[in-house]
Every structure is written in structure tokens, then in C-alpha cells.
Design a protein around this ligand. Structure first.
Ligand SMILES: Cc1ncc(COP(=O)(O)OP(=O)(O)O)c(N)n1
Ligand SMILES: Cc1ncsc1CCOP(=O)(O)O
Ligand SMILES: [Mg+2]
Length: 212
């Protein structure tokens, strides 16, 4: 089963991205999504190769946002695809059965579609407003998660759901009560002055007292 905490990288340059990714790994995060939008292919490749190397050192999962061909080229663990990115079924044909393909959803109908196309987990959001992404889909709040996850149970759709969008430490317990599997966060870790304490607390709230 996938880890419950996914860090989505931030940074304006390869160096800043790599610093943030290294910090997240060093402080206890073992799943990285490299999100480095609108870059020249050479820079994206350089960051992906360096991140892959780091993730191997920390035994962390490494997936790439949006770019299926880059994930294939460097043999990453997988990709995360949104509603306007390559279709999950097409990515599956390129990457094969063993790679992780995460897919975005904002509604129950999105989930049905993404699951039918063969994704491995759902990134469901946004939970609340965030500055990390523009053109956000409608905000879900805890009630949105509760209602969508209830519909999933009624329809016997069993797939890990990650909440995403503006999530902070205090949101984790109420979100976990809705039945999600985990969270994907970016800003809260990138901007934290005490990443070790924050990631420890996030993991504690995600896993309870289960040893990880
Ligand atoms: C885990 C996770 N969930 C959702 C997203 C958002 O993906 P997308 O809608 O394609 O938006 P961008 O991240 O590409 O701007 C995600 N990245 N990760
Ligand atoms: C990529 C993405 N998709 C929906 S919200 C979001 C941003 C998540 O980052 P943060 O945790 O900083 O809000
Ligand atoms: Mg995308």
C-alpha cells in the first residue's frame, strides 16, 4: 500500500527544487512528486535525474507531474496526471502495469472515469484555497470529501484517495475521518521552518501510533 504522505515539489530553479526535495526526504517524507511546470526539457530532465538519484538513496517513491515521456525516459516510479493531461489509459500503455499512475479528481464522476481508465490512486481536491496552483476546481472542504467517499463506498470503488489543496497539519485529523487514505502537500512543507517536527506530526496524524 502506498505511503500516506506525498510531497509535491516547489521551486523556481533546478537548485531550489532539489534543495526542497532533499529537505523533505531528509526530514521523513518518503514519496516525492516532482512538479516543475513550464520548463525547458533539459532542465526538467536534469532535475528528474537528480531527484531519482536522491529518492533511491532515501528509498523513497518518485513520481513525475504531467510528463509521461520524461517518467518513461528516466524510469521513474510513475506519474501524476490531471484531468487535462494525457489520459490514464494512454499513459498505462506507455509505462506498463507496474508503474504508479495517479489521477486527479474533483467529483465522484471524475473518480469513476479515472478508475475506469486504470489509475492506481486518486488525488481529490482542492480541499481549500491554495496559492500553489492557479485555475483551481471548486473547493471541496471536509463535507465534499465525506460525500464523495460515501458514494465510493456505496459503489464499491476501492482505491486510495489523497486529499490535496491548502492542507495544513490541523486539517489532517478531520480529513482522515472522511475515509481518505492520505494527503499530498506542497506549501506546508516547503515553507515550514521546522520540517522535521512538521513531517513527524503529519506522519503521526496520518498513521496514528502504527509503526511506519
Ligand atoms: C496527488 C495530486 N493530486 C492532484 C494533483 C493536481 O494535478 P493537475 O490537476 O494535473 O494539476 P497540476 O499539478 O498538473 O498543476 C497533483 N499534482 N497531485
Ligand atoms: C497541485 C495541486 N492541485 C490541486 S491543489 C494543488 C496544490 C497543492 O499544493 P499546496 O499543498 O501548497 O496547496
Ligand atoms: Mg497536471
Amino acid at each position: 500500500m502506498y505511503n500516506k504522505l506525498q510531497y509535491i515539489s516547489q521551486g523556481e530553479s533546478v537548485e531550489e527544487q532539489l534543495y526542497n526535495i532533499h529537505q523533505a526526504l531528509d526530514n521523513g517524507c518518503d514519496w516525492i512528486q516532482m512538479r516543475f511546470k513550464h520548463q525547458k526539457p533539459k532542465k526538467a530532465l536534469a532535475l528528474a535525474e537528480a531527484t531519482k538519484f536522491l529518492c533511491e538513496e532515501y528509498l523513497a517513491n518518485f513520481i513525475i507531474n504531467d510528463d509521461v515521456h520524461l517518467a518513461e525516459k528516466i524510469n521513474a516510479d510513475g506519474v501524476h496526471l490531471g484531468l487535462s493531461d494525457m489520459r490514464v489509459s494512454e499513459a498505462r500503455a506507455i509505462l506498463g502495469k507496474t508503474k504508479i499512475i495517479g489521477a486527479t479528481a474533483n467529483t465522484f464522476e471524475d473518480i469513476v472515469c479515472q478508475v475506469t481508465n486504470g489509475c492506481d490512486y486518486i488525488g481529490l481536491g482542492p480541499f481549500q484555497h491554495t496559492k500553489t496552483k492557479t485555475n483551481l476546481s471548486p473547493i471541496l472542504g471536509s463535507e465534499g470529501y465525506h460525500s464523495i467517499i460515501t458514494k465510493m463506498k456505496e459503489s464499491q470503488i476501492d482505491i486510495p484517495v489523497y486529499a490535496i489543496g491548502g492542507i495544513t497539519l490541523r486539517d489532517v485529523n478531520p480529513l482522515m475521518k472522511t475515509g481518505i487514505h492520505g494527503i499530498a502537500v506542497s506549501g506546508v512543507i516547503t515553507k515550514s521552518d521546522d520540517k522535521q517536527e512538521l513531517i513527524t506530526q503529519l506522519n503521526y496524524n496520518l498513521y496514528g501510533n502504527v509503526t511506519i
